[in-house]
Design a protein. Sequence first.
Length: 128
Amino acid sequence: MTYFADLSSYSYLEVNEAMLNVGWLDREHEYTTGPAPAGLVDALADLATGAVSVCRGTHFCNLCPDFQTARENTSRGETFIGSGEVRVTSARGTIYTSPAMIVHYVETHGYLPPEEYCEAVLAQLAGE
Ligand SMILES: [Zn+2]
């Protein structure tokens, strides 16, 4: 999977709307870690069940210590997270796009997404 810096402009697929990247992690690049806001992992897991653009083949987490572990982590419970993207729109209308695997990054690798992204995810869940 290609690395993108958090909050950079999305240019992975041809899209009409401006979107910002969040959570396209790679072990070659540092990422922010910290305790996730309450409910964030559950919210991301929920979003992962509705992932879009599942057309890029299977992605394996390269932060995991070995391939066997990474392969096990392409699923979280019943949800396949080794492909596809999750999209969230903030109250200000900003659209964020992330790999479905972002839930694994937060839950297992301590990744802390940008605050504005966490707020948008939690607000979206609350609004359902
Ligand atoms: Zn991993």
